[in-house]
Structures are given as C-alpha cells and as structure tokens.
Write a protein that binds this ligand. Sequence first.
Ligand SMILES: Nc1ncnc2c1ncn2[C@@H]1O[C@H](COP(=O)(O)OP(=O)(O)OP(=O)(O)O)[C@@H](O)[C@H]1O
Ligand SMILES: O=P(O)(O)OC[C@H]1O[C@H](OP(=O)(O)OP(=O)(O)O)[C@H](O)[C@@H]1O
Length: 210
Amino acid sequence: MTIKIALTKGRVEQQVVPLLEASGIDCSGVRNKGRRLIFNEDPNFQIILVKGPDVLTYLNNSSVHIGIVGSDILAEQNNPQYAMLDMGVGKCRFVLASTRDFNPQQVRRKIIATKYPNITKRYFQSIGEDVEIIKIEGSVELAPLIGLADAIVDITETGTTLKENDLHVYAELQPVSTKLVVNRLAVKQYRPEIKTFINKLQEAQKNLGV
Ligand SMILES: Nc1ncnc2c1ncn2[C@@H]1O[C@H](COP(=O)(O)OP(=O)(O)OP(=O)(O)O)[C@@H](O)[C@H]1O
Ligand SMILES: O=P(O)(O)OC[C@H]1O[C@H](OP(=O)(O)OP(=O)(O)O)[C@H](O)[C@@H]1O
C-alpha cells in the first residue's frame, strides 16, 4: 500500500522534510523539486505539495491519507479529522498586537485585521467583546500602521516582524505547531501502516532532538 501525504509547502515543508528523511522516507524529489508537485521517489509514499488551507480539502475528500499542516489552519477551519501527532516543528503563537498608542479598553467597537477570522471571532467571544473583523491575506502587520484596523490577530515566532514595525503584544492567544492529521477512513483501513509510520516519525523526532 502507498501512503499518500499532503504536505504544506513553504515553511512547514522546510521543517518537516528532515523529519520524514530521518524516518526513512526518500524526499530527494521534494528537495530538488523545481515546479513539480507530486513525488513518488519512495515506493511506499506519495507526497503532494499544497498550500496549507488546501491540505484539509484533499484530506476531507479522501484524496490523501495523511495531511501535515499547522494547528493555526486546523483551528481556523474547524477540522473534523484526527490529529495524531504533534510534529514538534512550525512552532509559533497567536497574539493580539497593535501600535504603542492602542488602548485595549477603548469605548468604540474595535476593528481587528487578521488572516484568521474564525480564531479572532472565538477569542473576542471568549472575552465577551464584540469586534469588527477585516480579513487580510498577508502582511497583516500593515493594518494598524496605516489606520485600516485598531489591532491585529496574527502569528509570531521570533517577534522580528512585530518589532521592525513597532508593534506591541497586548494579549497572548493559543500556541501553534505543525500537526499530522489522518483521514478518518484511512485510520480504520490502514491502521497498522499508519501506526508504523507514526512510530518511525516519533523515533526520528527523538534522534533529531525535535
Ligand atoms: N513565523 C512563523 N514561524 C513558524 N511557523 C510559521 C510562521 N508563520 C507561519 N508558520 C506556519 O507555517 C504555515 C505556512 O506558512 P508559510 O509562511 O510558508 O505560508 P503562507 O503563510 O501561506 O505564506 P505564503 O503565502 O507566502 O506562501 C502556517 O500555517 C503556520 O503553521
Ligand atoms: O515573529 P516572526 O518570526 O517575525 O514571524 C511572524 C511573521 O511570519 C508570518 O508571516 P509570513 O512570513 O508567513 O508572511 P505573510 O505576512 O505573507 O503571511 C506571520 O504572519 C508574521 O508576519
């Protein structure tokens, strides 16, 4: 049986490929990919490279058995599949951030810019605040700087982007890391194969100190 994996391209791919290799999977094709998107170098695995939000589309339609994706995306999309392993990489956290003069107690209804409207909505609901949310596709940090929003909800890792744009953290939301999720049918049909794969990944995590 060939295990089919949808891997998030970009940051997640960079951090996960060494783990896959350490667990014995040939990722030479992914490493030298050019513009290719499907990789069959390893006879037991097929890897496809997709954008984060599309991982769950392939997984939910049973086009792949396994997805490797950030918990930010799982939380935003309310994913119904099994998260079976924390990959221990792609670690960052959600924060509420804004300019120095932002007043979290402001009377006027706040405008919040974010790539993650559902996570933002849930956070403000949890603290009993009604806010207006503006969806942004990237470089979210710009929004409070040019007056589009009062603050942002975004992920930060090193804090460099916030610092270089003179933005400050006003609240810490949830942590983020890369997860391995398995299609519900695949869990039932291919339990031994998937279990073996996860065991090898856990061994690789130990060996690489992840
Ligand atoms: N600063 C970060 N530090 C660690 N992990 C991050 C960071 N930013 C994003 N991630 C993780 O990587 C995933 C995808 O990030 P990446 O930047 O490669 O794609 P993207 O945001 O879609 O960017 P692009 O549109 O430029 O490809 C996110 O869903 C998140 O889980
Ligand atoms: O705390 P840092 O280490 O600086 O990382 C944080 C940045 O990383 C992500 O952006 P990404 O690089 O994915 O680009 P984007 O703004 O286009 O989403 C995130 O949206 C922040 O902008």
